[in-house]
Design a protein around this ligand. Structure first.
Ligand SMILES: [Zn+2]
Length: 115
């Protein structure tokens, strides 16, 4: 990696999830505690992500299981509202980070379009 590619250091490395930069199977939740995920999500959506967002692409069984466990340990989070608290960053300013549709309405479809 050359010096000019400095900005891409912020992106996920090879083999890592392009959304949260953590090594996890596609069907598993994103790591809501990943700083990369949090800033990327905030740039796209104008608010900080919650666990509900991190599991939105999973199957219903996975989502129910994670929500149950996270509620049990008091870690469950979900958006208070869909109203952004900052303006979403225009996509072109996000550099070389691969963009994916993370709209929760497509939660049952794979969002790994570019892999
Ligand atoms: Zn992920």
């Amino acid at each position: 990696m050359s010096v000019e590619e400095g900005f891409t250091l912020l992106g996920p490395g090879p083999g890592l999830c392009p959304t949260c930069a953590v090594d996890h199977p596609t069907e598993d939740p994103h790591n809501a505690q990943s700083v990369f995920y949090q800033y990327r999500f905030r740039a796209n959506r104008g608010r900080w992500p919650t666990w509900k967002d991190a599991i939105a692409h999973c199957t219903r069984e996975v989502r129910e299981e994670w929500e149950r466990i996270l509620r049990q340990v008091g870690e469950w989070t979900e958006p208070e509202s869909e109203v952004p608290d900052v303006l979403p960053t225009p996509r072109r300013t996000i550099g070389t980070i691969t963009e994916m549709d993370i709209d929760p309405t497509t939660e049952n479809e794979s969002t790994w379009n570019d892999v």
